[in-house]
Ligand binder design. Structure first.
Ligand SMILES: Nc1ncnc2c1ncn2[C@@H]1O[C@H](COP(=O)(O)OP(=O)(O)OP(=O)(O)O)[C@@H](O)[C@H]1O
Length: 341
């Protein structure tokens, strides 16, 4: 659906040019929610603005649905932009227009007749949950409602791709969750491809299928969200995963080991469906081993739940070894961290 090859953006500057995006290569499939995460200055905004040519690339190609966006002239671009919706952190609504007229705006530009506009706006208002607020002005809306208007406006011309630029960063946690649920709903209902940029890992965790981590204009790491959460390779990715999983706390739980005279501490990684297995009670029943949960966290992603539990296992060395061998036959990954002796 989206192919990006060798994308580069240099902002010329008096003293030293800024290399904002550097040799970026990405593939995004149709219907995917693809997240791009990075710290401030990583190049995320530049990247997303290159996708709809709000910025022109210095080098490289961008293909959306088979068409090379990066090579288009103005007129062609105007048409293609109707297939790319965008929502913004600060909503970018027209303050003198009502909800209805904000949503109708892109339809007016596309030359849709008044009657058709009305019907389409009604549909969109229903889709984003704004019924009853049609005649309100943006200043009379909450942040979440404003973003719903932004989403409806972005979807007005039936785009194939929705670009989200820090779309929930100005919202409180509950409103963020509601907007993220709406994005998932739209993705599922309309099969819309969504690219979102964020600096918040919980946004990636909650709704993205795949993620790219950007650092200094480059993709430091990319993959399925579950894989990246489970096996972050780069330092920058590890820091983002810690935002959600609090790995430091978990490392500390290893020191709990000192409280035990014997036994072993094991780290169990649960992925996807195995998360709900009653593994702990099964091990306790099947082997002469007492299993105590020291610490852990299971969390949900779009691709299923995953998490890590630290457990202390008490029993004879032989029996613990048998229990661990058994756990290894399930799809739960197990690491034994240390002996308690
Ligand atoms: N119009 C511009 N002119 C010159 N330099 C720019 C321009 N826009 C961005 N930059 C620079 O390009 C680099 C990447 O910025 P960009 O805004 O893309 O990063 P970001 O990851 O989106 O960060 P933030 O979330 O803070 O916006 C930064 O060094 C920034 O200062």
């Amino acid at each position: 659906m989206i192919t990006i090859k060798g994308l580069k953006k240099v902002y010329p500057a008096k003293h030293q040019d800024v290399l904002a995006v550097d040799n970026l290569n990405l593939e995004v499939s149709k219907g995917e929610i693809f997240g791009v995460i990075g710290y401030s200055g990583a190049g995320k905004s530049t990247f997303i603005r290159l996708l709809n040519r709000l910025e022109d690339p210095t080098e490289g190609q961008i293909y959306i649905d088979g068409k090379e966006i990066s090579a288009m002239g103005k007129q062609q671009l105007r048409k293609s932009r109707q297939e790319i919706g965008m929502i913004f952190q600060h909503f970018n609504l027209l303050w003198s227009r009502t909800v209805r007229d904000n949503i109708a705006f892109p339809l007016e530009i596309a030359g849709i007749s008044k009657g058709k506009r009305r019907a389409r706006v009604d549909e969109l208002i229903e889709l984003v949950g704004l019924k009853g607020r049609e005649d309100a002005y943006p200043s009379q809306l909450s942040g979440g409602q404003k973003q719903r208007v932004g989403i409806a406006r972005a979807l007005a011309n039936n785009p194939k791709v929705l670009l989200c630029d820090e779309a929930t960063s100005a919202l409180d946690p509950d409103t963020t969750d509601a907007i993220l649920r709406l994005l998932v709903d739209i993705n599922e209902k309309l099969g819309l491809t969504i690219i979102l940029i964020t600096h918040e890992m919980h946004v990636i965790r909650k709704i993205c299928h795949r993620v790219a981590v950007m650092e200094s204009g480059r993709v430091a790491e990319q993959g399925d969200v579950l894989d990246v959460f489970l096996h972050p390779q780069q330092q920058v990715t590890k820091r983002f995963v810690e935002q959600v999983m609090g790995d430091k706390d978990q490392e500390e739980s290893l020191h709990l080991l000192e409280n035990y005279q014997n036994g072993k501490v094991a780290r169990l990684h649960f992925v996807g469906e195995t998360t709900n297995q009653a593994l702990i009670s099964q091990v306790s029943k099947q082997f002469d081993v007492a299993v105590n949960i020291l610490q852990g966290k299971i969390t949900q992603t779009q691709k299923g739940a995953y998490g890590t539990l630290f457990v202390h296992m008490e029993g004879s060395d032989e029996e613990i070894a048998r229990a661990i061998a058994f756990i290894k036959t399930t799809s739960v990954e197990v690491e034994v961290d240390a002996d308690a002796e």
